[in-house]
Design a protein around this ligand. Structure first.
Ligand SMILES: [Zn+2]
Length: 219
């Protein structure tokens, strides 16, 4: 077994360019620890790079990635709750000011849920059990459709982000800080093909493009 040469070459490039660029930032972070203001929860999908999308360097984003960018509801049961543990650390220890749940186009996890929603989940099928977290999203989408769009995949991707935002509020350490206006929750969706980012309006729960306001903010 050999370490992939593509990765070794990439690391060589990083040492010469990327690390040099952020050398002082790295030294500062190593000395004083991390103080990110933003927790991003997004999908494992390789086509999605949160640091790239938000043009962020080391120490800026605390990132949780899982299949279909899902947040499970708060559970006090035994078990290895990896996503919940990372949320707890970001919120209670790092005191992030914002949580962004970023869904995306062509999400394989969402697609798998849509194709297998009515099938029973086999033992050992981790993805099948995990994406069952989308069930309440599918039910609320059917009962109270928010979007006027004729694209069931996109509608489910949006609904998944909304459900995860709702589930976040079931964590006492999240809801306490949100209600005290000490932290904000945001929904977002990224279109891999076009680079378009859409943000969820908290009042209407609809997703609108962020492009024009983003360009203004960058100037
Ligand atoms: Zn995905």
């Amino acid at each position: 077994m050999t370490f992939p040469s593509r990765l070794l070459a990439g690391y060589g490039h990083y040492l010469q360019k990327g690390f040099v660029r952020y050398k002082e930032t790295h030294e500062h972070l190593a000395m004083y620890g991390q103080h990110p203001e933003v927790l991003v929860i997004t999908c494992c999908d390789s086509r999605l790079t949160p640091e790239g999308v938000f043009h962020s360097g080391p120490g800026e984003l605390f990132v949780i990635r899982n299949v279909a960018n899902l947040v499970p509801p708060f559970e006090a049961t035994d078990g290895q709750h990896g996503t919940s543990a990372a949320i707890e650390y970001a919120v209670s220890a790092l005191k992030v000011k914002h949580i962004v749940i970023m869904g995306h186009a062509k999400c394989g996890g969402v697609q798998a849920f849509r194709e297998n929603a009515n099938k029973s989940t086999l033992k050992g099928d981790f993805i099948g059990r995990w994406i069952k977290l989308l069930e309440p999203a599918a039910i609320s989408m059917a009962c109270m459709p928010v979007d006027r769009i004729d694209d069931p995949q996109l509608a489910m991707e949006y609904a998944g982000v909304r459900q995860s935002l709702k589930n976040l509020m079931t964590f006492p350490f999240v809801s306490e800080r949100v209600e005290a206006q000490d932290m904000e929750l945001h929904g977002a969706w990224f279109d891999i093909g076009s680079g378009e980012l859409r943000l969820m309006d908290p009042k209407t729960e609809r997703f609108e493009t962020a492009a024009s306001s983003a360009i203004l903010a960058a100037e």
